[in-house]
Design a protein around this ligand. Sequence first.
Ligand code: PEP
Ligand code: MG
Length: 589
Amino acid sequence: MRKPNKQVCVIYRGIPASPGVVIGKAFLLDRESIQVTQERIEENEVAKEILKFIKALNETKEEILKIKEKVAKRVDPDHAKIFDAQLMIMEDELINSAVIEEIKKTKSNAEFVYQEVIEQTIKTLSSSKDEYLRERIIDINAVASRLIYNLLGIKHLTLESIDSPVILVARSLSPGDVVHMKKESILGFATDMGGGTSHVALLAKSMGIPAVVGLKSFFDQIQDKQSVILDGIKGEVLICPDEQTLKEYKKRRRYILKKTAELSELKSLLAKTKDGRRIELSANIELPSDADSAIEYGAEGIGLFRTEYLYIAQAGFPTEEEQYKAYLEVAEKVYPKSVILRTFDLGGDKFDGHTGSIYETNPFLGWRAIRACLDLPEIFKVQLRAMLKASAKKNIKIMFPMISEVGELQRAKAILDEAKEELRRKKIPFDEHVPVGIMVEIPSAALASDSLAEACDFFSIGTNDLIQYTLAVDRGNEKIAHLYQGFHPAVLKLIKETIDAGRRNGIWVGLCGEMSADPLATTLLVGMGVDELSTSAMAIPEIKKIIRSIKFEDAKRHAQKVLELPTIDDVKKFLIEDYAKRFGKENRN
Ligand code: PEP
Ligand code: MG
């Protein structure tokens, strides 16, 4: 059933992904609804079908060229480079002549033949050992859907084509889609798919774009240009709100803005408990430009730079020079505070820049992060050299993601040593004692945290993945989002075990998963003994306010009590009541 015509105000509940309340018109990004079927054509229609294909090829090339120009002007010329690869695919003789030959041979419609040829090409490339060839799948997917739309005569809706401010509604979006959003034109977005700690959600938070995900079948209930209120805090979307509702939400918007302004007064104050325990409060960023808003929100440095977004933003590995510049830019912006550069964490839900191109049955359990880097030592070493070069002023730390055991860490460190040696030979300066740490985000790492702590300089706990791997719940799957529970006693035990192992071995322990942004978790994490919380920039003021209002001694007792509770519900109930006692219910929005 699709799209009721009658305009009634309805509330849809999803998962809050990025805070903020916005009001605007819906823009439907309908990508997945095309279905290509095989249709037989007569002998005398073959030439016409081939011409149709050639015409669509030319139209697609023109569209890509236009977007390239627009991106070069609006974003930057480097981002525009991805479109050169797409143009090359449009001109690929092997693909194009195969399509023409198949139209002749099978007497089938061009869109069906083109899709078959592309699927075959992708299959061949995905099994290739050549990384460069495998990467071309991303570009092929991007151009193929555009060309099929043109063959079918359907207007291809892309994010680049949105000029006026809208609330974007899609069945799903990729991190690559979000990274290219312009805040002036996308007020907020709502998707049927996705979880609260999916990378699409995290990116929206970083970019300050309100979002609700996991709305299940919302896309089929809404029409283009309908009025919408999107509440990224409650995780709700309202279609066609009446006057009274609009009034209430405008008031709510004003309240949130006022609260944000009040909190911003804490900017220059330290995150210190009443009895003097200092907690470093830093920000997670995806691109160098995010460092500005991190500083704006009062971050004490960058606790996690998700460097893979350099790849995602340009749909390909950045060069050593490009990476060096990006890392240096962030290091200089926050100097003398420090930046934790995490090596590429590609895979899972973020291998591709534009469309799905992962050919693994379980990508989150697959060729991801350090596993991919250890298999691609040359690419890994380029990144490590770039990081080292940017470390000369000694405010950079290097962190490896998805470490599962000491041997893996040793292999990564051996490649880092090779990178250091290469720089020494060339007399390029870098920090000889650059701190090296790991993300603790796999249960095996938490359980092996004592031996891992002996082999590195710091830990940063990645609760986003630690929760999904401990509970066997995909962090991006809206169908099981209710099972994704950070307050599960087993998750809390692993966090505590990791912090204690860090303490025993005298190393610093931070936490950079989204739990760091949850006001309900702050007292608990401080009480467990974390040295740092790194979070999306906009969450910093509120977390700082909580830290400044508690005593470390009380927080320790609080944590002890929580760790004794047997069920998720017991933990949540305790934390909610405790929070309400301290700050009042109304402060939880
Ligand atoms: C995490 O897993 O908690 C984390 C911070 O890393 P990411 O969200 O990038 O996987
Ligand atoms: Mg992670």
